[in-house]
Design a protein around this ligand. Structure first.
Ligand SMILES: Nc1ncnc2c1ncn2[C@@H]1O[C@H](COP(=O)(O)OP(=O)(O)OP(=O)(O)O)[C@@H](O)[C@H]1O
Ligand SMILES: [Mg+2]
Length: 251
């Protein structure tokens, strides 16, 4: 499980200190698909960057699979990020000079895994995500939805403990957004992936098991999906509207 305990983080500018995360605690169980929503500036990206230890925090701890990763040195952290975390970004972050297949294989190459198993694994994930036909293409030759499915496939290659995604559907239209969700769902259901996704999009979040709502750097509440997806989406839209935040109503 991923656990954030009493996390506090502020940014400083000159002599001014801006608290951004204020005593944030949350838990993501193994195999759960959890979203973080909240108004712009509420601290979502900061939270994700603290979890991956890309930026330091002042107080609290991050526990991943029973290991407190808050105090690791850079070498240990690099290993945790490569082996136990998979990343999906809003702007895909694929390498243009590599094919889809090569992009997907990259984390395994970095982890120095044997080639035959790596290629078989990459092919299996491509099949699961319906992108086997574009495996030999380059990023400039594929659509946004295909790029993001490639990025999700890459994030899964090392069977990470958790996938961290910041607005993975933020640059996509609603059809491509669904294509990305259609990669996350089999990742969870078939591969048992744990997914933690920041999103503005109530449609994307409505496919999750649970949604943590942030407001002004604090956990404002948590919504758990119990019934129909559409009813959950309405609940999310209402919550976000109450907060005065922005949200896409695209389904
Ligand atoms: N590097 C930084 N230095 C100083 N302040 C920052 C920095 N990064 C973010 N902030 C501030 O911290 C607050 C939270 O930012 P963050 O990017 O975490 O919000 P967010 O919830 O992800 O917003 P959005 O929905 O717009 O992506 C904002 O007020 C932002 O201006
Ligand atoms: Mg953000």
């Amino acid at each position: 499980m991923l656990q954030v305990r009493h996390l506090s983080k502020s940014y400083t500018s000159g002599s001014l200190v801006y608290p951004v995360l204020k005593d944030v605690s949350l838990r993501v169980e193994k195999g759960e698909f959890v979203a973080v929503m909240g108004p712009s500036g509420s601290g979502k990206t900061t939270l994700l960057n603290c979890i991956s230890c890309f930026i330091p925090h002042e107080q609290g701890s991050i526990v991943l699979a029973d290991q407190d990763i808050s105090d690791l040195n850079e070498t240990e952290l690099a290993r945790v990020r490569n082996r136990q975390m998979g990343f999906v970004f809003q702007d895909f972050m694929l390498l243009d000079g590599l094919s889809v297949f090569e992009n997907i294989c990259l984390p395994q190459i970095i982890a120095r895994r044997p080639v035959v198993q790596m290629e078989e694994k990459a092919r299996n994930i491509c099949r699961l995500f319906g992108i086997e036909k574009i495996m030999e293409k380059y990023p400039v030759e594929i659509s946004g939805g295909e790029k993001q499915r490639t990025a999700v496939a890459r994030a899964l290659m090392n069977q990470p403990y958790v996938i961290l995604a910041d607005e993975p559907t933020g640059n996509l239209d609603s059809k491509s957004c669904k294509a990305v969700i259609d990669a996350f769902l089999p990742a969870k259901q078939e591969l048992g992936a744990t997914i933690f996704m920041v999103t503005h999009d109530s449609f994307a979040a409505s496919f999750c098991d649970r949604v943590v709502v942030l407001k002004d750097g604090q956990v404002y509440g948590e919504l758990t999906r119990s019934g129909e997806r559409r009813a959950f989406m309405d609940e999310l839209l209402n919550t976000i509207r109450t907060l005065g935040g922005d949200s896409d109503d695209n389904a």
